[in-house]
Design a protein around this ligand. Sequence first.
Ligand SMILES: *Cc1c(COP(=O)(O)O)cnc(C)c1O
Length: 223
Amino acid sequence: MTEIGKKIREYCDELPQGVRLVAVSKFHPVEAILEAYDAGQRIFGESRVQEIQVKHREMPEDVQWHFIGHLQTNKVRQLVPYVTLIHSVDSLRLLECVDGEARRIGRTVDVLLQLHVARETTKFGLTPEECVALAESGAIERLANVRVCGVMGMATNTDDERAIRAEFRQIRHTFDELRRGCFAGAPWFAEVSMGMSDDYRIAIEEGSTLVRIGTSIFGERSY
Ligand SMILES: *Cc1c(COP(=O)(O)O)cnc(C)c1O
């Protein structure tokens, strides 16, 4: 088995029940993705719409493509036919745009609401307050072709484990609040996407259900 394949098997063994691996393959070639696929991996994370379009053509049909990058409304049309889950919805406008596109092609698209809890202002997302306000506004229920399945977030890029843990806890807390509140009747609202190569263990301890791991599987990316 290849190094990439071995990594996939290691994660399969390590991740607890209820936590799924998103293998973040952005900027890596199809050959590398195929090595992970041959080891059994089916969920791959990408951050650019064009890259998903190309890789979708070249990879087997049963791959599930997750979009994890910042999404602009003018790219939604090109993304919606190929994507299984969009992790990074951060506005009502974007949600409406995905809904409209999904309706146009006759499907329903699963999405997560991206939360901003990190100290870096460069990161995207709704604050927990904005997210709860959006959910409580009733606007989401009117959108018949998107299904909000949970939340996604990133912790600050720091060595301070306590700070990382506190941010993940905030994400999980917001999820729990929404699940008990507006999404109480929505059993599909069940995903908490948090944790990357350097912090996924903390994320799992704090209640992640989807970890997004790139570098530690595929190596460094060359941009
Ligand atoms: C690139 C990326 C990852 C993967 O990060 P690694 O440190 O390579 O594991 C996870 N989540 C998001 C949103 C990303 O953009």
